[in-house]
Design a protein around this ligand. Structure first.
Ligand code: GLN
Length: 211
């Protein structure tokens, strides 16, 4: 059955926000401000009929443990592999990464994003900072980094979208946009607006395909 069943073409996109831990409310605020409908996702059934999903930042080892204990890790992985558009930020990027440098003991990942990412890569001097960067295909955006990861290596199908101090901090792989920083902690809605537009386009393309 299509994940689009029951959706009207004119309806605003329905975007899930993985709501286990971290910056959930901030993403909901930004998504709502750009006209999306939102649904908090904690359980597998809450992934049904979404047009996209946001995996917020927080603490990746906690996200890993909670997503497995809520039984949502595998269904989320399947949905992402099935092409569900995703915007993942900071710890969300780490949750999706194929490989981690400096993982917490026992920490697992969903392994769908073909990158090696280093946790807490900017060190104590630059623990948190704010900058502006050019995000390919999106524009110049403010970016808040908080104990942020960097992407050390990119595998097949991964396109670099932005770098800071020669470190890759934003990539795209298919319908997944992965950011090491937090666009949701600024007033700028460019990233969320581009993501929701991409989700709406993906839904329309899917509707044309199954029509
Ligand atoms: N350092 C955190 C981690 O390893 C990520 C920080 C964040 O999401 N702001 O998960």
């Amino acid at each position: 059955m299509s994940r689009l069943t029951g959706r009207g073409p004119g309806e605003s996109p329905l975007i899930g926000v993985l709501a286990l831990q971290g910056g959930v409310a901030e993403h909901v605020r930004a998504l709502t401000a750009v006209g999306a409908r939102t649904r908090l996702v904690r359980r597998p059934g809450e992934l049904d009929a979404l047009d996209g999903i946001v995996v917020p930042g927080g603490e990746s080892s906690v996200l890993d443990k909670l997503s497995r204990s809520f039984g949502v890790a595998e269904p989320l992985r399947d949905a992402l592999l099935g092409g569900l558009p995703a915007l993942v930020t900071c710890a969300g990027l780490l949750l999706l990464a194929e490989t981690l440098t400096d993982a917490a003991p026992g920490q697992q990942t969903l392994g769908v994003l073909h990158v090696r990412a280093r946790r807490n890569a900017f060190g104590s001097q630059l623990d948190s900072f704010e900058t502006h960067l050019d995000l390919t295909g999106v524009g110049n955006v403010p970016a808040v980094f908080i104990r942020a990861p960097v992407i050390e290596t990119c595998g097949d199908g991964v396109e670099t979208l932005a770098s800071v101090q020669d470190h890759v901090v934003a990539v795209r792989q298919g319908a997944i946009t992965a950011l090491a920083f937090h666009p949701e902690l600024t007033d700028d809605l460019t990233v969320h607006s581009a993501f929701v537009a991409a989700c709406a386009n993906a839904r329309e393309a899917e509707q044309r395909r199954i029509a």
